[in-house]
Write a protein that binds this ligand. Structure first.
Ligand SMILES: Cc1ncc(COP(=O)(O)O)c(C=O)c1O
Ligand SMILES: N[C@@H](CCOP(=O)(O)O)C(=O)O
Length: 470
């Protein structure tokens, strides 16, 4: 399997090279040649298998010959052994036709762990085999950063710099990034929004001399390996609810569009998904785009679901690529408009294609708080604000008999203030997180400035300090 840039002007790569590259050299995102298709029998055969086995089976066709199957199996077993629930991603029924897929049983209580635990093992092995090193710069609106720190802390061949928007994430999210004492991780509080952090990461990738000097890599969902690992739980949930003999819909709390794009990939692979519902908070750019065809960025409004406070939704580019019949020139044009004027318009045929599979709606702050209260009262289930956004949207978008699976992307204890304000209950952190609330923090405060960031990265990267070989 080869991977191609959505902008069509970068070399095609195999899975492992695309994983190490992160973002393509033309600024595009890597996508596979084709989506492998699983027959109904093959999907039915996944029932009852352990999560790690399903993961190896679903991911294998994307990896192709770039990694031995036994190695992939070892990595999925090790990655999902870090989870604290035997099912890894259990399903809980909260009303007659609504199921919550709990994706927060990993080491940092967020769905990011599912991909990050595997990605760290993939990168580590590839670098070890090549005798190489990498520098990762990651942008986070709160959860990706913590998951990356946990997965890469202490890595011999990787230095990790995490950019988060100063003052715009929860205390628990920040502490997960700033309290680990490992010398290879560096938390940077940027004066700006998540979009500013993500734009900085992309700017570093587009500065080729810098990129090559520090051997820059990415672990945001711009990295294809993140997406492919997230495809797995769609299969696990749908099969548990009767796929391939029964259709299932999913509602996904959405920001950077990586998680729901993974659902679209599962659907293209033959999983019978009826609808993919994009749930946004008051930063509703994707709901507006699906309604009008106009993608128009606005000011980011802070919300109780901060990880979704995003305007530039990177993985939407991958969907546009497919919706435009894989025409990279069209995607280049749209992305050019976005960077020049902050907007673009989707042509009617492409919009119609998107609407065949996706719906979208928003939940505002009051609706989100009301859902936290109602679900606690009626189902005795405590939910975090991101999941609550999705539950609110799922209620609006559930039509007919098809089961609706709502992705629960974070544990409520990551957002205790918002949960307490909504329903009066303070969700406690699990004891195994130890002294998270009292451990000393290490933070570098920085302006939203590419030159300053480059100087910082060069200063902390062991590649620039010691050379490529570990
Ligand atoms: C808790 C939580 N929910 C939802 C999202 C949105 O997911 P995505 O960016 O893949 O759309 C994020 C951030 O990615 C998150 O951390
Ligand atoms: N919500 C994310 C933003 C980055 O998303 P990613 O999936 O592209 O890494 C976060 O919590 O950091």
């Amino acid at each position: 399997m080869q991977y191609h840039s959505t902008r069509g002007e970068a070399p095609s790569l195999n899975f492992i090279d695309a994983t190490l590259a992160g973002l393509a050299r033309d600024g595009g995102l890597y996508v596979p040649d084709t989506y492998p298709v699983f027959t109904p029998d093959r999907i039915a055969g996944l029932a009852g298998k352990p999560y790690a086995e399903v993961a190896a089976e679903v991911i294998a066709p994307f990896v192709g010959s770039s990694l031995p199957a036994a190695e992939l199996g070892r990595m999925t077993r090790e990655a999902y052994a870090t989870f604290r629930h035997p099912a890894v991603t259990p399903l809980t029924q909260v009303s007659s036709n609504t199921f919550v897929l709990e994706l927060f049983h990993g080491p940092t209580l967020a769905f990011k762990d599912l991909a990050m635990q595997l990605l760290a093992r993939l990168m580590d092995r590839a670098l070890e085999e090549r005798g190489d090193r990498a520098t990762i710069v990651v942008a986070t609106s709160g959860d990706t950063g913590g998951a990356a720190v946990e997965a890469f802390r202490g890595a011999k061949r990787i230095d990790l710099v995490v950019l988060y928007p100063h003052g715009r994430i929860s205390d628990v999210q920040r502490r997960m990034m700033t309290t680990p004492a490992d010398a290879n991780v560096h938390a940077v509080a940027v004066d700006g929004t998540f979009d500013d952090c993500q734009a900085l990461v992309k700017a570093l990738f587009n500065h080729h001399a810098f990129r090559d000097r520090v051997r820059l890599s990415a672990v945001n969902s711009i990295n294809w390996a993140r997406i492919v690992a997230q495809v797995v739980y769609y299969f696990v949930a749908a099969v548990a609810l009767g796929a391939p003999h029964r259709k299932v819909s999913f509602t996904v709390p959405t920001g950077n569009f990586g998680d729901i794009f993974a659902g679209y990939v599962a659907q293209q692979m033959g999983l019978p998904i009826e609808r993919l519902v994009i749930a946004t908070n008051q930063n509703d750019i994707l709901a507006r785009t699906l309604a009008s065809g106009a993608y128009e960025t606005r000011e980011v409004l802070p919300s109780s679901s901060p990880s979704m406070d995003i305007q530039v939704s990177s993985n939407f580019e991958r969907l546009l690529f497919d919706a435009y019949g894989r025409d990279a020139a069209q995607v280049r044009g749209l992305m050019g408009n976005l960077s020049q004027s902050g907007n673009f318009s989707i042509a009617s045929p492409a919009l119609a294609k998107i609407r065949e599979n996706f719906s979208a709606a928003r939940a505002d702050e009051d609706e989100t708080a009301a859902v936290i209260r109602t679900v606690k009262r009626e189902a005795d289930y405590l939910t975090d604000p991101h999941t609550a956004v999705a539950l609110a949207v799922a209620e609006k978008e559930t039509h007919g008999e098809t089961p609706m699976v709502v992705l629960s992307t974070a544990h409520p204890a990551k957002f205790p203030d918002a949960v307490k304000a909504a329903c009066g209950i303070w969700p406690a952190l699990p004891e195994w997180l130890g002294d998270l609330n009292s451990a000393p923090e290490r933070i570098t405060r920085m302006a939203n400035d590419q030159a300053e960031l480059e100087k910082f990265v060069v200063g902390v990267s062991r590649i620039t300090q010691e050379g490529n070989a570990a």
